[in-house]
Design a protein around this ligand. Structure first.
Ligand SMILES: [Zn+2]
Length: 246
């Protein structure tokens, strides 16, 4: 049985039982991998004990299984390298990290490597370990952009996606994949109002003050791309805070 060594962050704990864990991890060199880890219970005398936690980073050895969509790779060894323990000290840090992890799992594919995205993800998690309630959301927005860039899904923010006009650009369409000018938006039903301050953040500008608006648009876009809402979004930014923006 061939095994590979890599480093990974735990994105999701899919199942957890007395005798095994099923995890979705994001590896640096193999992309997203779903793993079964047997005998992870703290009480068992195996090298896996204690159980592997969400959002920790480890070096791992696993046997890849890629035959079917349901195939789980088999975890042979997990050695924690970073626990990002500062995340657990503030609720908003945990929520920010959980959102970043969930959206990474949603938009990446099994065995489709994105080493630069892996490095950006772990750097974001490190910064979140001592983030304040003011800096946590701007970190998330930067990572939303990193994720959309890595997966080739970053919308067009510099000009109207339909006619190339450079402005004003008061609307965003997830379906069209970018901003819309006043003449192009008129015929489209699927669109969101975007303020000039939000647009500046979406273009990569300083997120101070415009982070909620930028989060809202990028979350809307990645939910559209993935076909479902991230379940962790509402805990991070309550829907009423998002609705009051536009
Ligand atoms: Zn236009």
């Amino acid at each position: 049985m061939s095994t590979v060594r890599d480093t990974a962050v735990v994105l999701r704990r899919i199942e957890f039982s007395e005798t095994s864990q099923v995890l979705a991890v994001f590896t640096r060199d193999h992309g997203r991998v779903r793993l079964i880890a047997k005998g992870v219970k703290r009480s068992t005398k195996t090298r896996f004990a204690p159980a592997i936690d969400l959002l920790e980073e480890g070096s791992l050895l696993f046997s890849p299984r890629t035959g079917t969509a349901e195939a789980l790779s088999i975890l042979a060894e997990w050695k924690q390298t970073r626990s990002f323990s500062g995340l657990r000290e503030r609720l908003l840090r945990v929520r920010a990290a959980e959102y970043v992890a969930e959206t990474t799992a949603m938009l990446t594919q099994d065995f489709d490597p994105h080493p630069a995205l892996y490095d950006a993800l772990t750097a974001t998690l490190m910064r979140l370990t001592d983030a304040s309630d003011e800096t946590a959301l701007p970190e998330v927005v930067a990572q939303q952009r990193n994720l959309l860039i890595a997966t080739g899904l970053l919308p067009r923010f510099d000009a109207c996606v339909l006619c190339e006009s450079e402005g004003p650009l008061p609307y965003f369409s997830a379906l069209e994949g970018g901003m819309l000018c006043r003449s192009c938006e008129a015929g489209l039903a699927e669109k969101r109002v975007v303020s000039a301050a939000t647009l500046s953040v979406l273009r990569g500008g300083d997120a101070a003050g415009g982070a909620v608006g930028a989060f809202d648009i990028l979350d809307y876009h990645l939910a559209h791309a993935a076909g479902r809402e991230p379940t962790t979004a509402a805990a991070l930014v309550p829907p009423q805070r998002r609705r009051s923006l536009h």
